[in-house]
Design a protein around this ligand. Structure first.
Ligand SMILES: [Zn+2]
Ligand SMILES: [Zn+2]
Length: 371
């Protein structure tokens, strides 16, 4: 084992990442050191980078990033298997969580680990043990209590890297919103999350998947990912007309589930209106604190509708996400989800180009860093 690894350290919005050599940690008996193969620039990473939310960073910066996959570099003394009890060896490819429900709070005790308020670390710098806190580095330190799973040979790193963030979150979200076999779904926003949600919904047995966006390139991709109908809000400019279309395609009543994968809360009232009575609205997209929307609560009451908020997922979703990919890897064009690849050293370019692509192009863009 080498004694150091490289990491991209973030010093705050508007400042460049700096590549630093960071000491490899002493591995605790129940921890695992992972050599990162691929680390994606997720939408929430761009929020931090841009400075959308106030952040208190340590003086020595922050190593962040969370959507990734890698290989076991070193197993802690007590770790012999993955989280499903299957033998695990150094060098094995793995998918893993990046958050740590505490197991010792009211929420965890009520078996809702994904909602544990203590599951996410505050930003930590490279000088603090275990040094490798995030994906944008050569290594990631999976702390004791983190879940990890062997990855089937059939899946490339490019397919596996979105599993521990985007894919598992949409699977968990659709489950939490109560999507069932034969159900109908409206997906607002055909970005990375939205198109994966379309594919997951089809795989879960949804009869009707409707995707709403304003960019033709994204809507075309949504169709390739299983959407039965798409609505371009630029072409169908009236909200009333869009709601009418959804009702028409869902047997007159509206959809069982509607989801915000847009990230602009202004879309939420329309999504709720597209629901059938008794339907559920899944809120995942709007993560920026302070963003507000005007809502008429009586539409929830008289429509007996509910809003379900989801952040992250239960670890048990990861192996299901991997199985989903094995089952569907030729059915949907997952290879189109990662658009650009950069060596870790070009992380500044990766972020600024991702930002540009998001703003200026109609295609989905997801940059992947190769440490
Ligand atoms: Zn993410
Ligand atoms: Zn907890």
């Amino acid at each position: 084992m080498p004694s150091v690894g490289r990491a991209a350290v973030f010093f705050g919005p508007g400042k460049p990442f700096e590549i630093r050599e960071v000491p490899l940690p002493e591995i605790e008996p129940d921890a695992v050191l992972i050599k990162v193969s691929l680390a994606n620039v997720c939408g929430s990473d761009l929020h931090f980078w841009r400075g959308d939310a106030p952040l208190r960073l340590p003086e020595d910066g922050w190593i962040f990033g969370h959507e990734m996959t890698g290989r076991v570099a070193k197993l802690g003394r007590n770790v012999k298997t993955d989280s499903l009890g299957r033998p695990l060896r150094e060098g094995d490819r793995v998918a893993y969580t990046y958050f740590y429900p505490c197991g010792r709070c009211y929420v965890c005790l009520n078996k809702q680990p994904a909602a544990c308020p203590a599951k996410i670390e505050r930003p930590r710098g490279p000088s603090e043990f275990p040094h490798f806190h995030g994906a944008f580095a050569e290594y990631y330190y999976l702390r004791p209590g983190g879940a990890l799973f062997g990855v089937p040979d059939a899946l490339s790193d490019e397919l596996v890297s979105p599993v521990n963030c985007a894919l598992s979150q949409v699977i968990f979200g659709l489950q939490e919103a109560g999507l069932r076999f034969g159900g109908s779904v409206v997906i607002q926003g055909a970005g990375g999350l939205g198109v994966q949600a379309a594919a997951v919904a089809k795989d879960m047995g949804a009869s009707t998947v409707i995707v709403v966006d304003q960019l033709p390139g994204r809507l075309e991709l949504a169709r390739a990912f299983g959407a039965d109908h798409v609505i371009n809000v630029k072409e169908v400019a009236e909200r009333k007309e869009r709601v009418t279309l959804v009702r028409k395609w869902t047997g007159g009543m509206g959809a069982d589930v509607a989801c915000d994968f847009v990230g602009f809360p202004q879309v939420i009232p329309e999504g709720i209106e597209m629901l059938r009575p008794g339907g559920a609205y899944l809120e995942i997209g709007t993560i920026s604190r302070g963003a507000k929307v005007e809502l008429e609560p009586a539409t929830l009451v008289w429509g007996a509708k509910k809003i379900v908020g989801v952040i992250m997922y239960d670890a048990a979703v990861i192996p299901r996400a991997l199985d989903f990919l094995v089952r569907n890897r030729t059915r949907f064009p997952f290879d189109r989800l990662i658009s650009h690849k950069y060596p870790l050293e070009q992380i500044n370019q990766a972020f600024s180009e991702s930002e540009w692509h998001n703003r200026e192009t109609t295609k989905i863009s997801r940059a992947a860093l190769v440490p």
